[in-house]
Each structure stands twice: as structure tokens, then as C-alpha cells.
Design a protein around this ligand. Structure first.
Ligand code: NAD
Ligand code: TYD
Length: 363
């Protein structure tokens, strides 16, 4: 049996990070997980409220851009694995406020890579075979036309401040592998959905607005396409890449679930109409759909070719979109207090401003 890993997980209180920590705690109970998270509006301790601190789990509130703190963690713990999720992740926010994206996504990734280089390669402070897994997005490849798929060889062409900052961090990670030999792997994944997703992203936002009887903002003509992947499948892919991937490689991860946004929104309405009473007016939730001004520079279509990870690592998605969306809706219905808790206080004000005023949809 391999020695248990000591993993520095960054951004473990966010959507994917929390799902990853839960998966690892279940399947590798002897691994030690050190969760470094700044707890921005997107990070919530309640996502991991049943994780107990001790031998196998430690939480540190802090910023990945804080070089002294990151160095202290690398010096105090014998880390052999970094799984780097921490990022500013919402495209709309990157359009209204790109500075945080440059700071966290680029400078933060640089800070972690520097510390890994210093401790692993110069000081040789490492337990087992080290690996730095940088979690990235398919958005670095830009936008597809009606045909074609993103492959690992597709040229980078990011178009939003978010994707440009993620592309920059991918380039830094690659550069640290080629220049210094830091054992880096990169995963570029398509749109995730599932439990614990912050209700600013399309699927939880539509769910939440449906329950509140609020209008459902669909950008532009709603025919933009995303390739949806259930978050549990993404987390499993990350585990498999850690165990079976090769350093210096990147792996595209996708769900084979291309859907137009409008299809996704209509499906959520239909499932909720089936599970709950119709609206007080007797109308379907589809009547709440409102087409609003398009996102600036909105990418038209993303779609992933996952052949490499399937052939070399043996991973493929298990959950179909139809299963995953029902599991997700059931989770949100069973955890309504979670949604209310994560959007209370100052975020509620932001939320109402953004969805009422910015998109001009009123109530
Ligand atoms: P998220 O926004 O839900 O969570 C991000 C987490 O990082 C939060 O807990 C936040 O508090 C933390 N964080 C932010 N800035 C930090 C900083 N400076 N220092 C420490 N912690 C900080 O994001 P997510 O959806 O879970 O995405 C995780 C990663 O996966 C990101 O790198 C994102 O680019 C990538 N990704 C996301 C998707 C998706 O569909 N959500 C798809 C592909 C790739
Ligand atoms: P989002 O969840 O923000 O993810 P990303 O921008 O990373 O793909 O958006 C998914 C798609 O849904 C995207 O094409 C934008 C669209 N969208 C809407 O139509 N309305 C909304 O209110 C939001 C948040 C997104």
C-alpha cells in the first residue's frame, strides 16, 4: 500500500474544493488534508462543517498570496501534494472587477509554485513523490463555433478576465515544470454543477430564483453551450490524475453533456414543477424566464475531448446530466438553509442589486 499523502488543498471551502475534501476523507481516510482558504464570499466553513480538525484534517484561514504564510505551511508540514483550487472563479465578477482575479489567480498561483520549488527542490523537504496539481478550466481555450472540441493541444485563447487569469496561471505552472522541474500537472475542466455551488452560477441561481418566484435571467439568446460535468465526477478525476497521471502533463476533463443554457433553465423549471406546486398564479416556472442583456464577450460554446484522460488515466464521467441535475435539485431542496446562510448579510444586498438592477429585470 502507498504511504498516505499529506495534501495542501487550497480553496477547500469553495464548491469543488469542499466536494474534493469530502471525497478524499471518505476514500483515503489516512491522508492528511491541510485546507488553506481565505473565506471570500465564495468560501464557506459550513461546506465542511462535519470535518473535524485533528490528525487527518487541518483548516487554515489565509490568503494564497501571503508568501510568509505559505512558506510557514510548507516548513511546518511535510507536504507531498498540492491540489490548488483557490481562485476567483465567477466570470461575471471578473468583468466588473478584474483586479482580484489577477491577484489571486496569477499572483496566488505564483506564490504557491515558488514555495513548492523552494521547499521541494531546494530544501528537499518532502515526504513522498511530490506533485502539484493545478486545477484549471476549459475556458482558457476560448470559444468554439458550432463544431470542434477542446483538446490538450488546442491553442490558448482566453477571452474574459477570469479565463485570462487562469490561462496565465496555467502558463506559470507549466513554466515551473519546464524551468525548475517542479512536478506540476494541470487539469482543464468544463462547467461543474452539484451540491455546495454558490448561488451565483447558472444552475443554483436558477434553482434559487425559481423557489423565490423571481425572474430567471438568461443572457442573450440563451443558445450558448456548456459541457456540464457533475462535481463528484470532477473530484474523482482529480484523485485519479493524482494517482495515475504523469507530471508535466495536462488533462482535459469533460462531461460529454453539451447543453444550451435555455435547455438547462427549462429543465430545472420542469423538474421543480413536477416536484413542487406550480406558481401561485398556476403558471409553470418557465413563465419566469426572462432574456436579458448578454454578458460582455460571452463565449458561445465550450466542449471537451476527454480522450487523453480516458486512455491514459482510465477516468470517464459516470453521472449523466439527467441524473446529476436531479441529484443536485434534491440536494438543494434538502439543504435550503444552506443557500439562505451563504447568501445572507452583505451578499444578499449584492445579489439583489446584481439581479434586479444590473440585468434590468425587476420583479
Ligand atoms: P469557488 O469560487 O466556489 O471557490 C473558490 C474558493 O477559493 C473559495 O473557498 C474561496 O474562499 C477561496 N479563495 C479565493 N481566493 C483565495 C485566496 N486568495 N486565498 C485562499 N483562498 C481563496 O470556486 P470553484 O467553483 O470551487 O472552483 C475551484 C477551482 O476550479 C478554481 O480554480 C476554478 O478556476 C476551477 N474550475 C471551476 C469550474 C466550475 O465550473 N466551477 C470548472 C473548471 C475549473
Ligand atoms: P456560469 O454559471 O456563470 O459559468 P461560466 O460563465 O463559467 O460558463 O454561466 C454558465 C452559462 O450560463 C454562461 O453561458 C452564462 C449563462 N448565464 C445566464 O444566462 N444567466 C445567468 O444569470 C448566469 C449566472 C449565467
Amino acid at each position: 500500500m502507498k504511504n498516505p499523502r499529506t495534501v495542501l488543498v487550497t480553496g477547500g471551502c469553495g464548491f469543488i474544493g469542499a466536494n474534493f475534501i469530502r471525497l478524499v476523507a471518505r476514500t483515503f481516510p489516512h491522508w492528511r488534508l491541510i485546507n488553506l482558504d481565505k473565506l471570500t464570499y465564495a468560501g464557506n466553513l459550513t461546506n465542511l462543517k462535519d470535518m473535524e480538525e485533528g490528525e487527518t484534517y487541518r483548516f487554515i484561514k489565509g490568503d494564497i498570496c501571503d508568501a510568509a504564510l505559505v512558506d510557514e505551511i510548507f516548513s511546518g508540514e511535510v507536504i507531498d501534494t498540492v491540489v490548488h483550487f483557490a481562485a476567483e472563479s465567477h466570470v461575471d465578477r471578473s468583468i466588473t472587477g478584474p483586479a482580484e482575479f489577477v491577484q489571486t489567480n496569477i499572483v496566488g498561483t505564483f506564490t504557491l509554485l515558488e514555495s513548492a520549488r523552494h521547499h521541494w527542490l531546494e530544501k528537499k523537504l518532502v515526504g513522498g513523490q511530490p506533485v502539484f496539481l493545478h486545477v484549471s478550466t476549459d475556458e482558457v481555450y476560448g470559444s468554439l463555433g458550432e463544431t470542434g472540441l477542446f483538446r490538450e493541444t488546442t491553442a490558448y485563447d482566453p477571452r474574459s478576465p477570469y479565463s485570462a487569469s487562469k490561462a496565465s496561471s496555467d502558463h506559470l505552472a507549466n513554466a515551473y515544470f519546464h524551468t525548475y522541474g517542479v512536478p506540476v500537472m494541470i487539469t482543464n475542466c468544463s462547467n461543474n454543477y452539484g451540491p455546495y455551488q454558490f448561488p451565483e452560477k447558472l444552475i443554483p441561481l436558477i434553482f434559487h430564483n425559481c423557489l423565490e418566484g423571481r425572474k430567471l435571467p438568461v443572457y442573450g439568446d440563451g443558445k450558448q453551450i456548456r459541457d456540464w460535468l457533475y462535481v463528484g465526477d470532477h473530484c474523482q478525476a482529480i484523485v485519479e490524475v493524482l494517482e495515475k497521471g504523469s507530471v508535466g502533463h495536462c488533462y482535459n476533463i469533460g462531461g460529454n453533456n453539451e447543453k444550451e443554457n435555455i435547455e438547462v433553465v427549462e429543465l430545472i423549471c420542469d423538474i421543480l414543477d413536477e416536484k413542487l406546486d406550480l406558481l401561485p398564479s398556476g403558471a409553470s416556472r418557465r413563465s419566469l424566464i426572462t432574456f436579458v442583456t448578454d454578458r460582455l464577450g460571452h463565449d458561445r460554446r465550450y466542449a471537451i475531448d476527454s480522450t487523453k484522460i480516458k486512455d491514459t488515466v482510465g477516468w470517464q464521467p459516470k453521472v449523466t446530466f439527467e441524473e446529476g441535475i436531479r441529484m443536485t435539485i434534491d440536494w438543494y431542496l434538502d439543504n435550503r438553509e444552506w443557500v439562505n446562510r451563504v447568501i445572507d448579510g452583505s451578499y444578499a444586498e449584492y445579489y439583489h442589486n446584481m439581479y434586479d438592477n444590473k440585468k434590468n429585470i425587476g420583479q
